[in-house]
Design a protein around this ligand. Structure first.
Ligand code: SF4
Ligand code: SF4
Length: 435
């Protein structure tokens, strides 16, 4: 049977009905000094020092950019120590003991609209840089670099599609803080001199469309419209979103700015609003616990919160005797983690807990479902075979580097072959061969 599908169960209906628990009781907050994009870093605080919300406590460093680290609670620095991160790597953390006063640092105060009006593009970009903002859709790409483009920008697309199953963090931002998203978009339009803004959401999010349109009534001549894109997966993939929202076809590996388009995740725009208006770095994220192995729960929690604390508040795991699979992010593109003793960082929005089920890969039955479903039109099964025979030129010819690791090929395969993993390994293999 050929099963071509881009429509997958999204597992969000129940989550969306759950109340949001605002977790402010974390006793200790943990901040990694390095991360996947920044392999170096240091702190500028010492043990015993008092800190406040929004205070600079360190800097992460990559080869071409730096990312400041801010305290998300007030309290005392109690330790600098090594701890495992979400990838199972031992890295340096700085730890703050919460005093539960949530006192703001002196640097965090409101900017008047007149001051904001006068900000130059350079000043705007500097603020976003100093606040350490990154792409919150998962890319963690530094936002100031994207904003600092010298290309002429026609449209800014606010990506609110969030097509991965089980993820509702962007949904919650649009539902609860629509003004932050719209105001962030207005600021961004002004600084890039883009002519119009488009907020792209799934067609089935009619509730969100109504909320955003209601909010837009407060802004005259904003040149912003809410546009529906398909409910399919991966409709939130940047190039798919742009194509379906504004009809611009951007080839893979090209910068959207070269086509007069900039794309920001809606949560990133909300963080831009807070940075510009209140000089506030990203302090919190909406975070969902879901899956059949845990009590499902929605949180708003500080960056630096331990996920194991949230699991405990949710009432723990279900069927504890059954081994669990923990996934950070969505089930299609998320990554497995070995332990819940990891912390919420800027791009952490979900942990899914599955009761582990044993399944066995069967031989390929040549149904071609993986080929027909692939959004970038490559041939996963041929690529897997080329990898198994170590055929570098075939892997190049089959264009494995176009793979966006969306997970659809694994999802549709009736033989349960983990094709996406083969795609990752193939890309890694080509990199090692210098291609
Ligand atoms: S994971 Fe890669 S190969 Fe598989 S469907 Fe997605 S883009 Fe295609
Ligand atoms: S790898 Fe799976 S989906 Fe692809 S052709 Fe073989 S059986 Fe079908």
């Amino acid at each position: 049977m050929i099963m071509k599908t881009r429509f997958i169960p999204d597992g969000k209906d129940k989550l969306k009905t759950l109340p949001i628990h605002h977790h402010q009781e974390a006793e200790y907050l943990y901040y990694p000094i390095t991360n996947a994009r920044c392999p170096e870093g240091e702190t500028c605080v010492i043990d015993g020092q008092d800190v406040k919300v929004g205070e600079l406590i360190g800097t992460r460093r990559a080869s071409f950019f730096e990312q400041p680290i801010h305290a998300t609670v007030s309290g005392k620095i109690v330790a600098h120590e090594k701890k495992y991160n979400e990838y199972g790597k031992l890295v340096n953390f700085v730890i703050v003991k919460n005093d539960f006063k949530y006192e703001m640092h002196e640097s965090v105060y409101e900017r008047s609209d007149e001051e904001i009006e006068k900000l130059t593009k350079e000043e705007f970009v500097d603020i976003v840089k100093e606040m350490g903002l990154v792409g919150l859709g998962g890319s963690a790409f530094p936002t100031y670099i994207k904003l600092n483009t010298d290309k002429e920008i026609d449209v800014i697309v606010a990506n609110g599609v969030e097509c991965e199953p089980h993820l509702i963090s962007d949904y919650e931002v649009m539902r609860n803080n629509p003004g932050w998203v719209i105001q962030g978009l207005i600021y961004t339009l002004k600084t890039t001199k883009a002519k119009r803004g488009v907020i792209a959401i799934k067609k089935k999010y009619q509730d969100i469309k109504a909320i955003l349109n209601e909010e837009l009534l407060k802004y005259e001549n904003s040149n912003i419209e809410v546009v529906e894109v398909g409910n399919h997966y991966p409709s939130g993939w940047e190039l798919d979103t742009v194509k379906n929202a504004i009809g611009v076809n951007i080839p893979q590996f090209e910068l959207t700015a070269n086509y007069g388009v900039l794309v920001f995740n809606v949560s990133t725009l909300a963080s831009i609003y807070n940075a510009i208006k209140f000089r506030r770095p990203l302090l919190e994220r909406y975070f969902g616990l879901s899956g059949n192995g845990v009590n499902n729960y929605n949180f708003r929690a500080r960056v630096g919160t331990k996920i194991s604390d949230l699991v405990e508040i949710a009432g723990g795991y279900i069927d504890e005797e059954i081994p669990k699979v923990l996934v950070l992010g969505g089930p299609m593109m998320g990554s497995n983690t070995l332990s819940d003793d990891v912390v919420i960082n800027q791009t952490t929005t979900s942990m899914i807990v599955f009761n582990d089920e044993e399944y066995f890969e069967e031989p390929c039955i040549h149904c071609a479902a993986c080929v027909y479903s692939c959004p970038v039109k490559i041939q996963p099964v041929q690529i897997m075979n080329a990898l198994k025979s170590g055929d570098v030129s075939a892997l190049e010819m089959l264009e494995v580097n176009k793979c966006i690791e969306c997970g659809l090929c694994s999802y549709v395969c009736p033989s349960k072959i983990h094709l996406t993993e083969y795609m990752r390994q193939s890309k890694q293999f080509l990199r090692e061969k210098g291609n």
